[in-house]
Design a binder for this molecule. Structure first.
Ligand code: PHE
Length: 475
């Protein structure tokens, strides 16, 4: 890639900037909202153990694959794959187009409903700060009222989209890198402070026991599949977000180390958020940890107001959720913007504004409760993306990386390592060629219901992937 091309599309100034941006993408509503409630649903420790296994065996190899494809391809997901698979002729081009277009479409659709949910977090932040007169923070009905009032939901979604478009317009270095480098350390500090706070005011011991003492009785095959599906979602895999960020990296020396760091930090945030949330839940006699997806917006506010200084802590907590959602949404928009900038040579601001406007429009349709047949658009999009597009995207990326990209490129992240690097590279290639595709195919088959009769016989139905969008309906 020529220098002029690289300066036109932008790059991260430092490795730390890349790391924070990638962690920002990974740490999102999936960590703070979804991880705690599915862990609650499946009984805690044993689920956490399986989840850690999935992150290591499937998440990490795919994460490395995405970042190295981006770094070596040096372009948006479609362009990067096309460059790296050109020796495979038509088949390589076909898989590049399929994978690239799916990622672009999936991230576009996902941003629309993600922004609506993120808008709710903006509302709760503003409410906790006390800036919405006449609405009582802590009343569990507030959530249903706000999320079903078209004007409120639309305004919140609009504010969030403007925040997202604004940062992406500023560019990779001055927008994304600057924001994430500033926000992510703050997010970690807030979480650590909250842990100390619940240590004094709530039931931290009970919460840690719940998260870390495995009880295998609630763990069935659907818990394993849920854990695998969530590993994708939480590491932002299967949509080109990590490919896109990888393409702004200047060298490959740190890709393997960074991938491990991203997975570790993302897992740490999920566990910390879980520890904080369950400590608060356990502080109230008789409350079940599996309070469902409404945990964040109904249960927690009601519990916070009863705690000392709880209102302030709630404001800080919802501020943290807004941060987390914001840096994830930015990476989703960036997949599309990179595609438009690299493939169609559009100026960044035109791409960010134009695509952002289209996503906003689709999000408004979600926010005002448009339905398609029986389901709301919000739920339908969430199901389509989280249950199907994301794992299929992951499968395609694994196949492309394992079977179509030359080892000279795909293994380049290991080449600077001493002898142990060889063995690691061989292990990675084995995982990405065989293990990841098989496991991800199993998740996809599960999503389409291929194992339903078998699973039904085995255990009662539980939450499945794709229930992020509307806790009001699902709970
Ligand atoms: N990882 C984000 C979360 O946990 C969601 C996400 C998925 C963001 C895919 C970007 C791409 O909420």
């Amino acid at each position: 890639m020529s220098e002029s091309n690289s300066s036109a599309r932008g790059s991260f100034a430092s490795n730390f900037g890349f790391l924070m941006a990638a962690v920002g993408s990974a740490v999102g509503l999936g960590n703070i909202w979804k991880f705690p409630y599915i862990t609650g649903e499946y009984g805690g420790g044993a689920f956490v153990l399986v989840y850690l296994g999935c992150i290591t065996l499937v998440g990490l190899p795919l994460l490395y694959a995405e970042v190295i494809i981006g770094r070596r391809g040096g372009r948006d997901i479609l362009g990067a794959l096309r460059t790296l698979t050109r020796q495979s002729g038509r088949l390589g081009t076909a898989i590049s187009y399929l994978t690239g277009m799916m990622a672009v479409v999936a991230s576009f659709l996902m941003l629309a409903f993600y922004s609506v949910v993120a808008g709710w977090t903006v509302y709760f932040f503003v409410l906790a700060v006390g800036a919405i007169p006449g609405v009582e923070f802590g009343n569990p009905d507030v959530f249903d009222t706000m999320s079903t009032t078209a004007s409120t939901a639309t305004i919140c979604h609009t504010v969030f989209m403007l925040m997202t478009i604004g940062v992406v317009t500023l560019g990779v270095h001055s927008g994304i890198e600057f924001l994430c480098k500033t926000l992510m350390p703050v997010l970690f500090a807030i979480l650590a402070a909250m842990l100390v706070y619940v240590g004094f005011t709530a039931e931290l011991g009970q919460s840690l026991a719940f998260l870390f003492q495995p009880d295998f009785s609630k763990l069935g095959s659907s818990a394993v599949l849920e854990a695998l599906g969530h590993a994708f979602f939480t590491l932002s895999l299967g949509m080109g977000a990590m490919v896109t960020y990888g393409s702004y990296l200047k060298e490959e020396k740190r890709v393997i180390r960074d991938s491990v760091a991203i997975a570790l930090l993302d897992t740490a945030v999920a566990l910390l958020a879980g520890a904080v949330i369950f400590a608060v839940v356990f502080a109230k006699e008789g409350l079940e940890p599996s309070a469902g997806p409404g945990l964040l917006f109904r249960t927690l506010p009601a519990l916070f107001v009863e705690m000392p200084g709880g209102r302030f802590v709630a404001a800080v907590f919802f501020g943290l959720v807004v941060f987390a959602a914001w840096s994830s949404a930015i990476s989703l928009l960036e997949v599309n913007v990179a595609y438009a900038v690299d493939e169609f040579k559009l100026p960044r601001w035109v791409a960010a504004g134009g695509i952002g406007l289209c996503v906003w429009g689709l999000g408004v349709a979600c926010a005002i409760g448009v339905t398609v047949g029986e389901v709301t658009l919000q739920d339908g999009l969430d199901d389509l993306v989280s249950r199907y597009l994301l794992p299929i995207g992951g499968l395609l990326i694994a196949i492309a990386a394992g079977w179509f990209v030359l080892p000279a490129d795909s293994l380049s992240g290991f080449s600077h390592l001493p002898r142990s690097g060889n063995a690691l590279g061989i292990a990675w290639r084995f995982l990405i060629r065989f293990v990841t595709p098989v496991l991800v195919s199993v998740v996809i088959l599960w999503q389409v219901g291929a194992f339903d009769s078998w699973l039904k016989a085995e255990e009662p139905p539980a939450v499945r992937e794709g229930e992020l969008a509307d806790p009001a309906v699902k709970q």
